[in-house]
Design a protein around this ligand. Structure first.
Ligand code: NAP
Ligand code: HSE
Length: 434
């Protein structure tokens, strides 16, 4: 049987997962793809580091060049993360005509176009299933399964760390910091974890999915991002009373009669009756609405060693098959097809809203706030005001009908200036998946 020698750069959570998965299922993979994949070298940063996975010392090196430039290595897996050395590694491998598998969404999001162009120029390919949603084969599904559909909407829980934190805050009333530390211990979080909790990791992933769905590369700075740092136990509680669960949702939505696409990541109130509300823990889910297929749902583990290794193995399988058949561009890494497409600025995006204010409980306060919403032509669909002592500060919660983000932000700024409103208003968007 033909043998393909694999060079792995990175022996951390994902790299060690790939090493273990190949040790466990390598012969199964070989029988399915008709070639044996052998790990030839592994580059790490620190040879002395104690590793849970015993990668033989004879395979290890601290110099990635020894792996990439080794003439006996035919396929490279870049699994170190970051956007500097990882970019250098991938470009060097592609230049040698060696296919590369990567899980690096930050790098793809920032430099995807350059890397895809290099793969094309040097007659090879770049594979990136593991970059979005851990073990869920969403890249393959968009590129192959839905190739005949226009993707009218896509909603995703695409960050395992945030979903793990929000789930434990809701179900156990757990403290944000303690749950984040657990997510780090479990190998879910990025380094630094700010990438997760401030929404940037989800933005990288949703940008990649938007690019595949709409055929123009969505640069990271075009994605509107708001993370979960400010989501409080109070918001989770009141959202629950209204029949909603707060999730960090990535949205890709094209409005009718417009070439502009909403591409955003923000905490969102999801109705408890919707399937995304019950996606818990480290699980991810992507809800895709195609014009031919209708609604589809993908669900699975979004982070962690084994789930991510499963997607890396899928790419290794594809890369080996392409190497075997000598087909360079059966499915290029990215196919541009809507060059006139553009991302809609958030001020133009229409949403519904949950607003939580802290107000002094005295006559006329509610009327003044309702007047400001009314003047902005924003309808109120419900109000909660828990009973409090007159003259004291109490929470006041509104559910608002559709308005553009621009109009809603202006109305909230006016409300924030009222002397009876204490502290910064909280505004969380609501999605009813209509
Ligand atoms: P990690 O646990 O921090 O591992 C990074 C590995 O890269 C370590 O083994 C480190 O060596 C090695 N490394 C760093 N710089 C290097 C260099 N210059 N030369 C050689 N080796 C170097 O990270 P990870 O969680 O495995 O993530 C890797 C990639 O997968 C990232 O792009 C991440 O976004 C992506 N990803 C992660 C997950 C997940 O659940 N963790 C899921 C999907 C995608 P030492 O071990 O010696 O420090
Ligand atoms: N830090 C990422 C997450 C890893 O929590 O989803 C998977 O991409």
């Amino acid at each position: 049987m033909q043998q393909v020698n694999l060079g792995i750069i990175g022996g951390g959570t994902v790299g060690s997962g790939v090493y273990e998965a190949l040790a466990r299922n390598g012969s199964l993979l070989a029988s399915r793809i008709g070639a044996n994949v052998k790990v030839h070298r592994v580059a790490v940063r620190d040879l002395k580091k104690k590793r849970a996975t015993a990668i033989p010392a004879s395979l290890l090196t601290t110099d990635w060049r020894e792996v990439v430039f080794d003439p006996n290595v035919q396929l490279i897996a870049e699994l170190i993360g970051g956007t500097t050395t990882a970019r250098e590694i991938i470009l060097a491998a592609l230049k040698l005509g060696k296919p590369v598998v990567t899980a690096n969404k930050a790098l793809l999001s920032a430099h995807g176009e350059e890397l895809f162009a290099a793969a094309k120029k040097y007659g090879t390919n770049l594979y990136y299933e593991a970059s979005v949603c851990g073990g869920i084969p969403i890249i393959k599904s968009l590129r192959e399964g839905f190739v005949g559909n226009r993707i009218n909407a896509l909603y995703g829980i695409v960050n395992g760390t945030c979903n793990y934190i929000l789930t434990r805050m809701k179900l156990e009333g757990a403290d944000f910091g303690a749950v984040l530390a657990d997510a780090q211990k479990l190998g879910y979080a990025e380094t630094p974890p700010d990438l997760d909790i401030d929404g940037h990791d989800a933005a990288h992933k949703i940008g990649i999915l938007a690019s595949l769905a709409h055929g123009f590369w969505v640069k990271p700075k075009k994605v509107f991002v708001d993370g979960i740092r400010h989501v409080s136990a109070l918001d989770i509680k009141y959202a629950g009373e209204l029949g909603y669960t707060i999730k960090l949702i990535g949205t890709v939505k094209k409005s009718e009669n417009s070439s502009r696409v909403q591409v955003s990541v923000y905490p969102t109130l999801v109705p408890n009756s919707h399937v995304l509300a019950s996606v818990n823990g480290v699980f991810n889910a992507v809800f895709v609405r195609g014009d031919i297929v209708g609604d589809s749902l993908f669900y699975g583990r979004g982070a962690g060693k084994d789930a991510t290794a499963s997607s890396v193995l899928s790419d290794i399988g594809d890369a080996v098959l392409d190497l075997k058949t000598g087909i360079k561009n059966r499915l290029p890494a990215f196919v541009p097809h809507e060059r006139a497409g553009a991302v809609a600025p958030i001020s133009e995006v229409v949403s519904q809203y949950f607003v939580r204010l802290n107000v002094v409980d005295k006559p006329g306060v509610l009327a003044k706030i309702a007047t400001i919403f009314g003047q902005a032509n924003i309808g109120i669909s419900s109000v909660i005001q828990p009973e409090g002592e007159e003259g004291e500060s109490v929470p006041l919660i509104f559910m608002l009908h559709y308005a553009t983000n621009g109009v809603a932000a202006k109305a909230l700024a006016k409300i924030a200036n009222l002397p009876t409103v204490k502290g910064k208003p909280v505004m969380i968007r609501v999605e009813n998946f209509e």
